[in-house]
Write a protein that binds this ligand. Sequence first.
Ligand code: UT7
Length: 331
Amino acid sequence: MKNSKIVGVGHYLPERIVTNQDLEKMMDTSDEWIRERTGIRERHWITEGDTIASMSHQAALKALERAGMEAGDIEFIVFATMMSDQIFPGGGCFLQQKLGLPGVPAMDVRNACSGFLYALATADKFIKTGTYKNALVVGAEIQSTSLDLTTRGRDIAVLFADGAGAAVLTATDDPTDGILTTHIHADGNYTDKLRVEQPVVYHNPRLHPGIFEGDAIYPKMEGRYVFKHAVTKFPEVINEALEATGYTTDDIDLLIPHQANLRITEAVGQRVGLPPEKVFSNIQTTGNTTAASIPIAMSEAIEQGRLKKGDLLCLAAFGAGFTWASALVRF
Ligand code: UT7
């Protein structure tokens, strides 16, 4: 059995920066509330020309460059996003076309905030079994166009943002190197706690005036409920990865959790017993970019010298579904 190793990570954030003060002009909210409750100061939203495909393309090119590889080396693409640029085909196919890789399989994963780790686990298994040597794992998301930018939608509108991140994986024969373990979970009993209700695909036609009555076309979250589950499931799935490998919290050099809320990240760090310097946060400047948040954070952690070769890296996520996941990586 092979292991798969992350050899290059890149990200792309749209140029447009939306500050909390900008949001104050759109809805009844305040910089103080947003910072205190979420940690977020600003986030990136797309402008004309940014698409899921274009952002993921930029992130993938950066990841390939850092891996010292070319697009032609990639044999498998796993693409995590909640929505492709169009309802179909999937985002992976649009990226594959941009990379010029006809014939290379492109798989889409729709597991919201846990999507990147579901995608990573999938690519890892294909490499472990010897099917492919090099894979590209992507998380890309446009959330800003889905938001209710009135006071009615403020609890969610201040959180979500846009961006893309990508990681290049390659096979290694060293069983102590690369991705050591991955764990993925879901519980569909909680689908109603964080979701977009409309349009539904079983109504004919899917788009009809009725869907615009009320606020069913916007994302909805029972914030406190989701928060409580997040701070329980994150530590649970991190400990699962530690138990599977025989490592302890003390061995972890850096924890990069999905960036949902700074208070969640801090609570998770405390619950697993990690000092703040071993827990990475960039939500202050990125907001919650759902499937893109972990690869963007990895890429920024590398740029800041916080994540180095040889580090024991723990990745963890929790989100809609509910879904939750972790990975332990010798970086
Ligand atoms: O990534 C996927 C997983 N997502 C998460 O894990 C997110 C989990 N949840 C959260 O991060 C938090 O629950 C939120 C940030 C969404 C909300 O923070 P909270 O501390 O749980 O606030 P709350 O929902 O309990 O609301 C407290 C108050 C309410 O007012 P009243 O009823 O106390 O008068 C809200 O109406 O804050 C009000 N509020 C706001 N005020 C100003 C809600 N959103 C805003 C806002 N600006 N943007």
